[in-house]
Design a protein around this ligand. Structure first.
Ligand SMILES: Nc1nc2c(c(=O)[nH]1)N[C@H]1C(S)=C(S)[C@@H](COP(=O)(O)OP(=O)(O)OC[C@H]3O[C@@H](n4cnc5c(=O)[nH]c(N)nc54)[C@H](O)[C@@H]3O)O[C@H]1N2
Ligand SMILES: Nc1nc2c(c(=O)[nH]1)N[C@H]1C(S)=C(S)[C@@H](COP(=O)(O)OP(=O)(O)OC[C@H]3O[C@@H](n4cnc5c(=O)[nH]c(N)nc54)[C@H](O)[C@@H]3O)O[C@H]1N2
Ligand code: SF4
Ligand SMILES: [Mo]
Length: 740
C-alpha cells in the first residue's frame, strides 16, 4: 500500500485561494483541510466535490429539442470539429463579432484563455461577472485615480477607522474579516453601513442603516460635511487633484437635513462618519452593494465612495486604500492576451461591443482611453481596461433575438450560470432557446448547461496546474502543481480555446498544454510555472504595504496624471463626471405608480457561508446546513401579510413571483425585505420545464434587467427594486429528499 501523500496547495473552490492541505491515499483524495484564517466551510468537502456522482465526465451533444435533456456522448474531437465548423460559417456570414461568451466571476483558466481567443478572433462580446461584481466602482476609481483599490486591506496599528460600506466579510471574506478583527483589537474603529443588521454590524462601533439604494445621498452628505467643516486633506487636494471646484459647488446643496430625509440616516451619524473619514488613515473597504443600486443611484454611490477616499487623502495611503497597480503579469497581459490586437481590430472595423451606443463608457474608445492612461503611469497595461468593454447582458440576449445592433449566433457559457446569476432570467432563457449554437463547459449539469447544444466537462483546480492571477487585476500571482490526474474525459478550460484556435487559424501563440501556456504568461517575470510552483512562497508580486504613495513619482494613471475628481474619461463617455444623487430606479420618486402595488423594497444577494453563489448545493453536508432559500422580513411587515416565521412566502414583482421561506427578524427595517439569491435545486430534474426549479426560487427571475433600470455601465439593479409579499399557496416542498 502506498503511503498517504500530503500536498500543500492553493484552493480554488472559491476565489480566496487559501493555502490548504490535501491528503491522497492510493491515488484517491481522502481529506482536505486548512483554509481561510477563520475556519472555511467548503474545503473539507473537496473530496465530495471531486468525486460527486453528478459531475460531468464526458462531452455530450443534444439529440432532442433544446432543453429536453436528451443527450448522446460524443468525443472531444468531434464536438470541437463541429463547433469550429459552425463558427467558421458564422464568421463568414455575420463577422467575428457574432460570437459571444458569458462567464462568471473569477474562476479557472477559461477566463483569460477565452479573452485571448476573442482578442485574436476579433469579437468584443465577452461578458464576465465582473460586470456586476464591482465594475461600477472599478470604472469610477480607475477613471479617477488610474487603478482600483480592491486588494487593499486595513493595517493593524495604523488604520484608525475601517468602513464597511455594503459588505459583510464575516460571511463573504473570512480572511479579511480576521484582519479587520485584529485591527479592532489594535484600536481601530469599525463603521458598518448596511440596511441590514449584518454579522459585521454586530461588531461595529457605529452601524448606519440607510434605506437600500440611497447610499449616494449618504455619500454626498459626507462630502458636504468634509468640505463645510474643512476636514478634507488640503495638501492632497491642492497638489494632486483636479475638479475640486466642481465638487464643492455640488456638495453645497447636500445639506445634512436633505441627506437625512433621503436616506433615513440621522444627520448626526452622517456628520460622525465624515469626521471619522477625516481622522485617518481610514480604510474604506470595497463593497459590492453600491454596484447593484441600478440606474443613477448606483453611479452616485460608487462615485461618492471614490471621492471620499480621494479628498480625505486615503488614496494609496498606508493603512488607507492602497492602489492595486499592475499585476506582475502586466507585460503578458499586453503581449499575450492581446488587448491591443482586439482594439486595432475594432478600430479597423465598424462594430463596437453590443451596448457601446447605449453605454459608451464600455466601448472601444473608452477602453483605449483608459488603457493609454493606465499604461502611461504604470508602464504596462493589465486587467482593468477590460472592465471598460463588457457589453450589458441584456444586449446579448437582444442581439440573439432581434439581431440588433447586429446578430449574435454562437454563444459560449463557460464558468457561468446566467439563468441564475443575472437579473432578467426570463429574457436570458428566451435567448438561450433561440441562439444558433450554444456551447457550455462546467463541472455540473446546471440549468444553463441544460439549454446547451454541447456540454463539455471541465477539470477543477484539483486536477489541473493552477496559476492564480485574478484576471490580472491583483498584485500577486501564485503557482501550484496539479494535485491529481483528471477523472474521465474532463479537460481543462484552456483546451477548449486552444483547440478552437488551432482549428480556426486564430492568431496568438497557443502552446500545447496549460502549463506551457502559463510559462508564456510568466515569461516576462523571468520564471517558469514549474520554478514558481516549487519556490518557497509559490508567489510573485509586491507585498502590499511595501509600496504606497506611488503617485508622487509616477503620477496617477489618468489622462492628466492627476487624481481627477471630475474624471475626464467619464465625461468623454458622455457621463456627468460629478453625478448627483438620484433615487433608486424603482422608488416613490421615480415610479410613484408602481410603489402603490409593490410597496416593499427588495434587496438580494447575501453571501452564505456554505455556498459560492450558485455552487455547492449538491454537496450533502453543505446543503443540510442551509436547505432552502430565505427571505428576511421585519415582524411588522410579516404581520401585515399574516406571515409567520418559517412560512413559505411568495415574493412578487411585475415580472412574476418566486417562493422563499420567511425568516421573521428585526435585522431589516419594516418595508424592506432581504432575499437570498442564486437558488436552484440541483436534486430536481435539469431539463425543461423544471430547470432545477429556477422559476420557483431564483430571485433573478423576478428582477428586471430592462435598460431603464441598468446603471451607467449597463450593470444590473439587484438591490433596491420594489416588490410585495404574501403567504404562498403552496409551501416549499420539504418532502423532496435533499441528496440522501
Ligand atoms: N440577485 C443577485 N444576483 C447576483 C448577485 C447578487 O448579489 N444578487 N451578485 C452577482 C455577483 S457579484 C456575482 S460574482 C455573480 C456570481 O456568478 P458566477 O460566478 O457565474 O456564479 P458561480 O456559481 O460562482 O459560478 C457559475 C458556474 O461556473 C462553474 N464553474 C466554476 N469554476 C469553473 C471552472 O473553473 N471552469 C468551468 N468551466 N466552470 C466553472 C460553476 O460550476 C457554476 O455552475 O452573481 C451576480 N448575481
Ligand atoms: N461564502 C461566500 N463568500 C463569497 C461569495 C459567495 O457566494 N459565498 N461571493 C463572493 C463574491 S463574487 C462577492 S462579489 C463578494 C460580495 O461580498 P459582500 O460585499 O460582502 O456581499 P453581500 O453579502 O451580497 O452584501 C453585503 C452587504 O450589503 C448589504 N446591502 C444590501 N443592500 C444595500 C444597500 O443598498 N446599501 C448598503 N450600504 N448595503 C446594502 C447587505 O445587507 C449585505 O450585508 O463575496 C464573495 N464571497
Ligand atoms: S473554499 Fe475558499 S475560503 Fe475555503 S479554503 Fe478554499 S479558497 Fe479558502
Ligand atoms: Mo461577485
Amino acid at each position: 500500500m502506498e503511503e498517504n501523500e500530503r500536498i500543500s496547495t492553493g484552493c480554488h473552490l472559491c476565489w480566496h485561494n487559501c493555502k490548504v492541505s490535501l491528503t491522497i491515499k492510493d491515488g484517491v483524495l481522502v481529506n482536505a483541510s486548512g483554509g481561510a484564517g477563520a475556519p472555511c466551510d467548503r474545503i473539507a468537502h473537496a473530496p465530495e466535490f471531486h468525486y460527486h456522482p453528478k459531475r460531468l465526465n464526458h462531452p455530450i451533444r443534444r439529440i432532442g429539442a433544446r432543453g429536453s435533456g436528451a443527450w448522446e456522448r460524443i468525443s472531444w474531437d468531434e464536438a470541437l470539429d463541429r463547433i469550429a465548423a459552425k463558427m467558421a460559417r458564422v464568421r463568414e456570414e455575420d463577422g467575428p463579432e457574432a460570437i459571444a461568451k458569458v462567464g462568471g466571476t473569477i474562476h479557472g483558466p477559461g477566463d483569460w484563455a477565452a479573452w485571448k481567443f476573442f482578442c485574436h478572433w476579433g469579437s468584443p462580446n465577452i461578458y464576465n461577472m465582473g460586470k456586476n461584481c464591482g465594475q461600477a466602482s472599478v470604472l469610477v476609481e480607475c477613471a479617477m485615480v488610474g487603478s482600483d483599490s480592491y486588494g487593499a486591506h486595513a493595517v493593524a496599528g495604523v488604520t484608525r477607522t475601517i468602513v464597511l460600506w455594503g459588505a459583510n466579510p464575516p460571511e463573504s471574506d473570512p480572511a479579511n474579516w480576521e484582519t479587520i478583527r485584529h485591527c479592532q483589537a489594535k484600536g481601530a474603529r469599525l463603521v458598518v453601513i448596511d440596511p441590514r443588521f449584518s454579522e459585521a454590524a454586530s461588531y461595529a462601533d457605529l452601524w448606519i442603516q440607510p434605506h437600500p439604494g440611497t447610499d449616494g445621498a449618504l455619500g454626498w452628505g459626507v462630502v458636504h460635511t468634509l468640505i463645510k467643516e474643512g476636514l478634507y486633506d488640503r495638501e492632497f487636494v491642492e497638489n494632486w487633484c483636479t475638479g475640486f471646484d466642481l465638487v464643492s459647488e455640488k456638495a453645497a446643496a447636500y445639506t445634512l437635513q436633505r441627506c437625512q430625509a433621503a436616506t433615513g440616516v440621522p444627520a448626526w451619524q452622517i456628520q460622525a462618519l465624515a469626521r471619522l473619514f477625516a481622522d485617518g488613515p481610514t480604510h474604506l473597504a470595497w463593497g459590492l452593494s453600491g454596484c447593484h443600486h441600478g440606474a443613477g443611484a448606483g453611479y452616485a454611490t460608487v462615485y461618492t465612495q471614490a471621492l471620499i477616499r480621494a479628498i480625505t487623502g486615503n488614496v494609496d495611503r498606508y493603512g488607507g486604500n492602497l492602489l492595486t497597480g499592475p499585476s506582475p503579469l502586466g507585460v503578458a497581459w499586453d503581449r499575450d492576451i492581446g488587448w491591443d490586437e482586439l482594439l486595432s481590430h475594432l478600430e479597423a472595423g465598424e462594430r463596437d461591443s453590443l451596448s457601446a451606443d447605449r453605454f459608451p463608457v464600455c466601448s472601444k474608445a473608452s477602453m483605449r482611453r483608459i488603457n493609454d492612461a493606465v499604461r502611461r503611469a504604470w508602464g504596462v497595461g493589465y486587467g482593468l481596461p477590460l472592465y471598460f468593454l463588457w457589453p450589458s447582458s441584456r444586449s446579448i440576449w437582444d442581439a440573439i433575438r432581434y439581431s440588433k445592433p447586429y446578430p449574435i449566433r454562437v454563444l459560449f457559457i463557460q464558468s457561468g450560470n446566467p439563468l441564475l446569476t443575472l437579473a432578467g432570467a426570463r429574457e436570458c432563457h428566451d435567448a438561450l432557446g433561440q441562439v444558433d449554437l450554444l456551447v457550455g463547459m462546467d463541472f455540473f449539469m446546471t440549468p444553463s448547461m441544460a439549454m446547451c447544444d454541447y456540454v463539455l466537462p471541465a477539470t477543477s483546480w484539483l486536477e489541473q496546474p493552477n496559476l492564480m492571477m485574478y484576471w490580472g487585476v491583483s498584485s500577486t500571482v501564485s503557482a501550484y502543481e496539479r494535485p491529481l490526474p483528471p477523472i474521465g474525459n474532463r479537460k481543462d478550460d484552456y483546451v477548449l480555446w486552444k483547440e478552437l484556435a488551432k482549428r480556426l487559424n486564430v492568431g496568438g501563440t497557443w502552446p500545447e498544454s496549460l502549463e506551457k501556456a502559463y510559462d508564456l504568461l510568466l515569461e516576462s517575470c523571468g520564471t517558469t510555472f514549474r520554478e514558481l510552483a516549487h519556490s518557497a512562497t509559490q508567489t510573485i508580486g509586491t507585498d502590499t504595504g511595501a509600496r504606497f504613495e506611488r503617485y508622487r513619482t509616477i503620477g496617477f494613471g489618468t489622462p492628466s496624471g492627476k487624481c481627477e475628481l471630475a474624471p475626464s474619461s467619464l465625461a468623454a463617455a458622455g457621463l456627468d463626471p460629478v453625478p448627483d444623487y438620484c433615487e433608486p430606479p424603482q422608488s416613490a420618486a421615480r415610479t410613484p405608480q408602481l410603489i402603490r402595488d409593490f410597496p416593499l423594497t427588495l434587496v438580494s444577494g447575501a453571501r452564505l457561508r456554505p455556498y459560492w453563489h450558485t455552487s455547492y448545493r449538491e454537496i450533502r453536508k453543505l446543503r443540510w446546513r442551509h436547505e432552502l432559500p430565505e427571505l428576511f422580513v421585519h415582524p411588522e411587515t410579516a404581520r401585515n401579510e399574516n406571515v409567520l416565521d418559517g412560512d413559505t412566502v411568495s415574493v412578487e414583482t411585475p415580472l412574476g413571483s418566486v417562493r422563499l421561506r420567511a425568516r421573521v427578524t428585526t435585522v431589516v427595517k419594516p418595508g424592506v425585505v432581504y432575499a437570498e439569491a442564486f437558488w436552484s435545486y440541483p436534486e430536481q430534474p435539469a431539463e425543461e420545464p423544471f430547470l432545477q426549479g429556477i422559476w420557483d426560487s431564483n430571485i433573478n427571475a423576478i428582477i428586471s434587467d430592462d435598460y431603464e433600470y441598468q446603471d451607467f455601465a449597463g450593470d444590473l439593479p439587484f438591490r433596491g427594486m420594489l416588490c410585495r409579499i404574501r403567504k404562498a399557496d403552496r409551501p416549499l416542498d420539504f418532502s423532496v429528499p435533499v441528496f440522501q
